[in-house]
Design a protein around this ligand. Sequence first.
Ligand code: UD1
Ligand code: CA
Length: 340
Amino acid sequence: MGKETAAVILAAGKGVRMVSRKAKALHPLCGMPLLGHLLRTVSRCEPGRTLVVVGYQADEVRAAFSDWEVEFVLQEEQRGTGHALMQVERYLADHGGEIMVLPVDTPLLKPYTLQGLMREHREKGAAASVLTSFRSDPSGYGRVIRRQDGSVEKIVEDKDATAEQAAVKEINAGVYCFASSVLFSALKEIKDDNVQKELYLTDVIEEATKRSEKVVALEADAEEVLGINDRVELARAEKVLREEINRSWMLRGVTLIDPETTYIDCEAQIGEDTVIHPGCHIGGTTVLGKGCTVMPGAVVTDSRVGQGARLGPYCIVHGICLPYGGEVGAFETKKNALQP
Ligand code: UD1
Ligand code: CA
């Protein structure tokens, strides 16, 4: 992305549909909170700055990511995605370049897709660019309304859509790239005259087209821009990511006897020729060496397991360091026993 780009992640919402005491940004997906996934994706695109808008449980979210090189911006009242961006304006007062905006609940997004949006935005000389996708069931998402010539006119939220608009299958993924001058001046015009009485960021798109600014839409893979609003979608995303993780370890020489029932967290590492039997959980920051055998039902978290070790069926291993060729017996529990 480059120095001239600022990335803004919107993470202030409560996530009402999660029905949770925990902020949505902190719900884990394959062992990493949603915000962690977004930050990882964004950091791979190397923006000049990364800002995270926090609100609901702001202190908890800040504390969980205090090690990351990000600036937190507080949105005290959550009055909508447009209102969230308004809080960012004074932090980016001197920022003349582009602003990339991402919701915290789209964790399957890939860096190359973001870079693709940025490239399209620049090549087309756009003032605003938005990632879209096609869904057979678009309900819950904002719909992309196009003019007869195919150009984007506006985005209409599900709850505000007429029957005709609701039938549109092209949805807004909630990921945008803006010229900062256009974004902040258009934000001044948006109103909360909608069903949810919120200030919608999506209305900036309509404001831009009204001003005859260039608005570009780029289609992304529907699965990749799956938005997580409830726990059903969380489980769906977890399954997609789990399959991706398992596939990548198999291609790097790890045998998974039954990938469908193997759970490997996104930060775990596994050496080649290790064999993992069904029903195992390899969690947290675990590093399994080469040529290990992990028998059925083993649960291994935050541990270092030396080359050639054998973990017996249904063992529980947490925070240990197991030497080369070491062994943990069937049903044995080993915890916090850090050995050299
Ligand atoms: C939003 C889009 C919708 C799009 C969908 C894609 C708007 C108005 N709608 O809807 O067009 O199809 O995402 O997934 O933008 N947030 C804040 N502060 C707030 C409100 C929300 O920071 O005051 C954050 C949330 O934490 C979340 C993101 O903004 O990360 C999106 O909010 P959410 O309520 O999930 O919007 P959707 O209804 O999914
Ligand atoms: Ca959402």
